[in-house]
Design a protein around this ligand. Structure first.
Ligand code: ZN
Length: 345
């Protein structure tokens, strides 16, 4: 039956071929004669590989292989240089061959929902034109930072995975409009997320988030979904001690940092000779109250900011807890009344 359809397509010089739901265990080899084909539909079959002949489909822009039994993204896809839309949802995919992205430079949309992927290869950065990536319902444990160089990406769907963090570099996705990360294990969001000036929808429902990054309220979100998170409540905590004991490393770091901050040219120059020290100091934080720099001992506080009227949110929330880092108990005791202590790092 499928062969008849392929032959008919060859004779008719067809641009679209529909082989959905044909119980195919193998894709017909005659497909290779359909070089004019732009749209190939083969969802709801029993395919686990593609024949080498598909390499001839140089004009194919849409390929639907959803609901089959592929265990990896078929390596033959790398020959489909015109491909723009790729559906591979509902397969059994656990891996992506790194070189499959080599020839997919025109891909705009990839749908890998409902598979078993744990990782994405860093080579994903080769999909330079990608606008929408959907990997809901997989087993993703991390996101490679290389994904964050995809300058055209507008929608990223990562719901129902096992992510505990998002890369700080996510802020480089400057054209991102929608980020869906519901039902993961995120314990927080990177500060970098506040650089996403075009982000309109952020869905982080059902994670482990207690507070949001400090500049969270500055970016023009239209929709924020954050239900089913252990968001901090507005409960005051008082300082339990007046002065803390800093480690030698922290004291030294603060000493050097304060000189750098005061534009002490001698220290600035000296530091250039110690790349290791420079590297350590580059991970400094800034006190939200006094503005001074510190290294890695701080008091974590939370501030509650009102949600903009125009923003659509989960129904149970009016105030958003945002994270504030403070350098010392001295600063903590001078804090504004709307700030609450959370934990000592
Ligand atoms: Zn301070």
């Amino acid at each position: 039956m499928a062969d008849v359809l392929v032959l008919r397509a060859i004779r008719g010089n067809a641009r679209t071929l529909n082989l959905n739901s044909k119980r195919l265990q193998q894709a017909p080899r005659a497909l290779g004669s359909l070089s004019q084909l732009t749209n190939l539909q083969m969802k709801n079959n029993l395919l686990c590989q593609l024949p080498p002949e598909v390499a001839a489909l140089s004009n194919l822009t849409v390929l639907n292989l959803g609901n089959n039994i592929f265990e990896q993204v078929p390596p033959e896809l790398k020959y489909l240089h015109s491909l723009q839309t790729l559906h591979l949802f509902r397969n059994k995919i656990t891996g992506i061959p790194p070189d499959v992205f080599d020839g997919l430079e025109n891909l705009l949309f990839v749908n890998l929902n409902n598979n078993q992927l744990e990782h994405l290869p860093p080579e994903i950065h080769k999909l330079q034109r990608l606008e929408k990536l959907s990997i809901n319902h997989n087993l993703l444990k991390d996101i490679p930072k290389e994904l964050c160089v995809l300058q055209n990406l507008q929608e990223l769907h990562l719901g129902n995975n096992q992510l505990e963090t998002l890369p700080e570099q996510i802020g480089y996705l400057t054209n991102l409009k929608e980020l869906h990360v519901y039902r993961n294990n995120l314990i927080g969001l990177p500060e970098g997320i506040c650089r996403l000036r075009k982000l309109r929808i952020l869905d982080v429902a059902a994670n482990q988030i207690q507070s949001f990054p400090s500049r969270m309220n500055e970016f023009p979100l239209q929709e924020l979904y954050c239900e089913e998170n252990p968001l901090l409540k507005r409960e005051p905590v008082t300082a339990i001690q007046d002065e803390e004991i800093l480690s030698l490393k922290e004291m030294t770091a603060r000493f050097i940092l304060s000189h750098v901050q005061d534009r002490d040219s001698m220290i600035r120059e000296q530091i250039q000779h110690y790349p290791e020290t420079k590297k350590i100091l580059s991970s400094r934080n800034i006190c939200d109250l006094c503005g001074k720099w510190f290294l890695d001992m701080w008091l974590e506080c939370v501030k509650f900011v009102g949600i903009k009227k125009k923003m659509k949110t989960s129904s149970n929330i009016q105030l958003l807890p945002v994270k504030i880092l403070i350098c010392s108990y001295r600063c903590f005791n001078q804090r504004q009344s709307d700030m609450y202590g959370v934990a000592v790092q």
